[in-house]
Design a protein around this ligand. Sequence first.
Ligand code: VGL
Ligand code: ZN
Length: 191
Amino acid sequence: MTTIEELIKRGDALIIVDVQKDFCPGGALPIPDGETVVPVLNKWIDAAVARNVPIYASRDWHPVGHMSFKERGGLWPPHCIQDSDGARFHPDLNLPGGSIKITNGVRFDKDQYSAFDDTGLAEELRREGIHRLWVGGLAEDVCVLATILDGCREGFEVTLITDATRPITPEGGESARKKMQDAGARVIQTG
Ligand code: VGL
Ligand code: ZN
């Protein structure tokens, strides 16, 4: 069996998408079994640290009354409001001090599902000599999907860690998985 440490190497990055309390059961926009990604991602974090592979963690970080909220005609209940408890990373996610945070959803005029959208992430990764991305997080059919599609479009070799992600709906997850694979993303399951 291939271990994570055998898979990841120099030139890779681990991208952890929106593993925040509001996206887990008990939160404002709970994703079924969302919390189950945490122990899996912790294994990837350990391996990334051991191999000196950088870790980028995105977070959804909306102003009060964001345009993506239902009260403003958007799709979602209010969630991940800046500095709220629900916007915190899941408390069991062992993000090391050296991990790099990417903040999304702060714009007043549009939502940003992808960690690449208006963040400069692609340029930053290229500057760091990174060409392969291992991706997990929430939700598979929203922000993980958008991040992976952009990662592929930007020319990175992208792998989705299937046991480190969960969709909002099973149908959404199925269609997202297909779109990601059609875009050239690979899929892998941990151990
Ligand atoms: C997300 C819905 C609204 C996500 C963010 O992180 O997948 N989903 N905002
Ligand atoms: Zn959001």
